[in-house]
Write a protein that binds this ligand. Structure first.
Ligand SMILES: C[S@@+](CC[C@H](N)C(=O)[O-])C[C@H]1O[C@@H](n2cnc3c(N)ncnc32)[C@H](O)[C@@H]1O
Length: 212
């Protein structure tokens, strides 16, 4: 791992995000270095952290980024993006009520997370809450992953880049990983793959694609 991006620290072989909020979100360690606080970013709990450990070269987010995040769950990865995009915002869409209730609680202690309880494909129900997102982050285990990415990214013309987690086993168990991955990526419209990262051993049969 040799990674350098605003708001992210590599220390002792572990990754951290610099945080203004000293409460752990999912039991992670918090350390203090030269008066600043950092939350450990667990690669087994967050695919974005796993991708960095697997030599992600293109990291589109910075302190001012505006992210539309689909499949936010309880907010594990969202919380680290909230640290990194401290002057930006994360619109976090989650359709299941149980994880959403934790996401909602998380958003109460952070001023840049805007949680939305909705199905990502029902764009007309949430698009009016969202102002010019620049990055689309999608982590949804459904057969139509590419379709969701295409429909949402073509709706929001401001989206410049994407991070797509391709979950091959959610598509079918009847074909090989490489074959499914290829067909999913070929199904992406209007964006090209800048980098593809196999997330194993942290996350099996999942890949992270950086799109622009
Ligand atoms: C693997 S979890 C996401 C983990 C999260 N991205 C993280 O790194 O912390 C996938 C989530 O996507 C949600 N989901 C699945 N289909 C969805 C849809 N159509 N719209 C919104 N959320 C969806 C699920 O309820 C689940 O919470």
């Amino acid at each position: 791992m040799n990674f350098n991006a605003e708001g992210i620290l590599e220390n002792g072989g572990k990754l951290y995000t610099e945080t203004a909020n000293r409460n752990p979100v999912y039991g992670e360690d918090i350390i203090r270095i030269r008066g600043k606080y950092y939350r450990e970013w667990d690669p087994k709990r967050s695919k974005l952290s796993a991708a960095i450990r697997k030599n992600l070269r293109f990291f589109p987010a910075n302190s001012k980024s505006s992210i539309l995040y689909l499949g936010a769950s309880t907010g594990t990865t969202v919380s680290h993006l909230s640290d990194i995009c401290r002057n930006g915002k994360i619109n976090a869409v989650e359709k299941a009520y149980e994880p959403f209730s934790k996401l909602l609680k998380l958003s109460e202690s952070r001023n840049n997370i805007y949680p939305i309880l909705e199905d990502a494909l029902k764009i007309e129900k949430y698009s009016h809450f969202i102002d010019k997102p620049e990055i689309l982050y999608q982590d949804i285990a459904q057969r139509n992953q590419a379709q969701i990415f295409n429909e949402v990214s073509s709706h929001f013309k401001s989206i410049e880049s994407g991070i797509l987690i391709v979950k091959v086993r959610a598509v079918t168990s009847r074909r090989g990983n490489e074959d499914i991955l290829k067909s999913q990526l070929e199904g992406i419209e209007n964006y090209r793959v800048k980098q593809l990262v196999d997330l194993s051993p942290y996350s099996i049969a999942n890949y992270l694609a950086v799109l622009s």
